[in-house]
Design a protein around this ligand. Structure first.
Ligand code: FE2
Length: 279
């Protein structure tokens, strides 16, 4: 599936962009299904927001309980000072996570196909294990920023193998909050680790290397249907979306079964719900 040139680029830069990976029909189905899930979500059940600011403090039981289920999270700016939604519920959800790929048939079809399994293999995942899926809305006007981080912080393995598969479901531009990455930054150290013990979360500092400056970041603008793959150590962020256009994306995180998955990672699977690959 991937050319030698693409594989070399991934090794060198820590990411690749594959345009036109998903057809418009597949994207339309996924968007439709996400809209149905949000429509069926009762906001009375939870006002849980998702923010990457002070993630230890804002991680609550609702979040931790979403590890192997399907739950909706609000944008941090979804509510006014009286606790009322500022815009329609469908325009207030930050993301749906985190086991869509295993629990929802439409998401499962999108997440598992031979072409994707080939890409994963070509990137070096010999026994892919897909731990997490997220549908990210990056809503118009209030789409939250996601600060600099490395995905290996949340999926620690020895050695580090976590790879991110990021599908653009709409055109992602500088205006609506596309990804920004530090090319080659995956050769740097893992800076922190998100550790779970029961319902106790800590962010463990591992390395003092600062996050990259804006001068070494590049914008990964991607057209709808593109697949962006990046290395778990690649520093990346996305800006808030102040534009009138949403920036929907869908992500999968996979590690290699040949590496050892930390028992401290926040998502664990038991024999009753085994982790699976892309087949
Ligand atoms: Fe990330």
């Amino acid at each position: 599936m991937l050319s030698q040139e693409q594989r070399d680029a991934f090794q060198r830069d820590g990411y690749i962009v594959i345009p036109d990976f998903k057809p418009a029909a597949a994207i339309a189905q996924l968007r439709q299904r996400a809209a149905e899930i949000v429509n069926g979500f009762d906001p009375g059940a939870s006002r849980s927001i998702f923010t990457t600011r002070d993630q230890v403090k804002t991680t609550d039981d609702y979040f931790l309980g979403s590890d192997n289920t399907i739950r909706c999270f609000f944008e941090e700016e979804a509510f006014d000072q009286h606790g009322q939604l500022k815009q329609d519920k469908a325009l207030s959800i930050n993301k749906i996570g985190h086991a869509l790929h295993d629990l929802d048939p439409v998401f499962e079809r999108f997440s598992r196909e031979p072409k994707l399994a080939e890409v994963a293999r070509d990137l070096g995942l010999s026994q892919p294990q897909v731990w997490q899926s997220m549908y990210i809305f990056k809503q118009p006007g209030i789409g939250g920023e996601v600060g600099w981080h490395q995905d290996a912080t949340f999926f620690d393995t020895t050695p580090i193998t976590v790879t991110t598969f990021w599908f653009a479901l709409e055109d992602a531009t500088r205006d609506n909050g596309c990804l920004w990455v530090q090319p080659g930054g995956h050769r740097g150290p893992l800076r922190e680790r998100f550790v779970r013990h029961g319902n106790d979360i800590t962010m463990q500092k591992l390395d003092p290397t600062p996050w990259p400056g804006q001068d070494s970041a590049i914008a990964l603008e991607a057209t709808a249907g593109s697949l962006v793959c990046f290395h778990g150590l690649l520093p990346h962020y996305s800006a808030p979306n102040r534009s009138p256009v949403s920036r929907h994306a869908y992500t999968l995180h996979a590690t290699d079964g040949t590496s050892s998955y930390s028992p401290d990672n926040w998502i664990q699977r038991g024999a009753d719900f085994p982790v699976r690959g892309f087949d």
